[in-house]
Design a protein around this ligand. Structure first.
Ligand code: ADP
Ligand code: MG
Length: 250
């Protein structure tokens, strides 16, 4: 399986004029897992998602989806290859029902308009939205909308799902539900690459974690490995070196 990773990022760099947003990052995502990308604000997580999905061009380096180089392809070509992205801010058709939103998503995915009803139904069930099938999307709560956004991505029948902060703004119950949904999506054979600030959720759900800081990959490994890595701790706490015993009274 690791001989056949779903995604390989090789020496990718992204510059915005003077700013090095992604600095020579390489990483490999094996198939069938939940991998997470974490790091402080501004680390480059969203930028990396934009590069993978074709929303922004790489400055240097290569991205492979399976054997296929995808850096430089248009976003719709990348989506059609089987990479879906769930956005943090869902933009469903508010007047349409949940089920119709998923049918529409199903028409745009990897397998086109085949079996749209069955695909929509599967996505509904997976996201725990079956009871809301006929509810207009505009009447949903924030937590339900987040699930709809994930379901819309799933309805395109991706092999790789990129989810940008799916737990942001959710309460603990909703977060737990979303973690369960991510696991079910993984169990259905879809590989997930997650960006998420909720560390408890990340550590609970991830098989593999990549840590970015200021554009560079500073660590990767299991949740236990990265949380005990001094570089990761320093990146989050802003203490580049072991603190001297000087700070009196703190
Ligand atoms: P993260 O998602 O990890 O918080 P981002 O990928 O959004 O970080 O940003 C990484 C760095 O790139 C930041 O310094 C950010 O200001 C900068 N950046 C992101 N997008 C752009 C852009 N379109 N133009 C200029 N700078 C950008
Ligand atoms: Mg971001």
């Amino acid at each position: 399986m690791s001989d056949d990773p779903i995604l390989r990022i090789e020496h990718v760099t992204k510059r915005f004029r003077g700013l090095l947003a992604i600095n020579d990052v390489s990483l490999v995502v094996p198939r069938g897992i939940i991998a997470s990308l974490i790091g402080p604000n501004g680390a480059g997580k969203s930028t990396l998602f934009n590069l993978i999905t074709g929303y922004a061009p790489v400055t240097a380096g290569a991205i492979f989806y399976g054997e296929r180089p995808i850096a430089g392809l248009a976003t719709h070509r990348i989506a059609a290859l089987g990479i879906a992205r769930a956005f943090q801010i869902a933009r469903p058709f508010r007047d349409l029902s949940v089920a119709d939103n998923l049918r529409i998503a199903g028409m745009f995915g990897k397998s086109g308009a085949r079996d749209v009803d069955a695909t929509a139904r599967r996505a509904l069930d997976l996201a725990g939205l079956a009871e809301l099938a006929e509810t207009p999307a505009g009447a949903m709560t924030v937590g339900q909308l987040r699930r709809l956004e994930i379901a819309r991505a799933v309805a395109t029948r991706p092999e790789l799902l990129l989810a940008d902060e799916p737990c942001a703004g959710l309460n603990p119950t909703e977060t737990a539900e979303l973690v369960g949904i991510l696991r079910e999506i993984r169990a259905s054979g879809v590989t997930i690459l997650l960006v998420e600030h909720d560390m408890a959720a990340v550590m609970e759900v991830s098989d593999l974690v990549f840590v970015l800081d200021a554009g560079s990959k500073i660590a990767e490994g299991t949740p236990a490995q990265v949380t005990s890595d001094p570089r990761v701790v320093a990146a989050y706490l802003g203490t580049p070196e072991p603190a001297p015993a000087a700070s009196a009274g703190a």
